[in-house]
Design a protein around this ligand. Sequence first.
Ligand SMILES: [Zn+2]
Length: 326
Amino acid sequence: MDIRGFPTSLPEFQRVFPDDAACARYLESIRWPNGFTCQKCGVAGEPYRFATRSSVVLRCRICKANTSLTAGTVMQSSHTPLSTWFWGAYLMTTQVPGQSAVQFQRQLALSRYETAFQILHKLRAGMVRPERDAIGGEHPVEVDECLIGGETRGEGRGTHHKSIVVGAVEVRSRADDGKKHARRVYAGRLRLRVVPDRSADALTGFVKDNVAIGATVRTDGWTGYPELHANGYHHDALTLGGDPDKAEAHLPMIHLVFSNLKTWIKGTHHSRIEHKHLQAYLNEYVFRFNRRFYPMTAFHSVLGIAAHSVPPTYAQLYSGEWTHAA
Ligand SMILES: [Zn+2]
């Protein structure tokens, strides 16, 4: 475990969420941090609890109205046990390379591939929420493009050509904490977009949609980004374009992101991502990347419990006792 208050290993996760009952208690504490309140009559008080085939139901003792514990979450109406969902969300948000449906099925010991595929699909839906806040601000941003995918296996099928992806990543400096770090800077937030071409419209448009006005934007040349300065950015362009070594020194962070992204696509997905699905995969990658320091937030987001989420305290999480204030 770590100071972020979330399990950092599978054995730890199993200790915190050993069975479906523990997961149900957790969901209840997240949804009603001060104890159950009936949605219908508004009366607070201990409900009756009983399990149905697809959920745990809380029944008001006063008006007898039922409330499903998983209503409004990705687990709603699912016959898959809560513990499987929790495991799935944990794997999805913490395992660095992400999961293919086949790996997922194996790890969760699911008998049917379709179940694994559906769980994965629903958890992914919690990752594609557009991120509207602009990155940059007080941090410089590296912007570059790369080519993804693409062994052409014969013309006519049209799905194996390379796609152009443009990315922007914040370069943050470590606070001087007196400790020795391998690097003085680290990657902050990331944005990735599939673009149709390298035109100024596509590339500058991406920057305008994702980077805060006034930020310093580093690129490897003026081509494609001629209007950044006019749009209120400090454009730090490498004017000696074409020299790979110089580009590497100028844009180390976004090049590292692209390299890891390509490894992920090649390794986990065997480069078999169709162009039309690529943006969804990029969104998943960005989601995990941007929350790598906040695993609990990511876990809540994919399960769909972030909306009414009051994170448990560290002590609550590890005691497994999500008891309510009386
Ligand atoms: Zn009631």
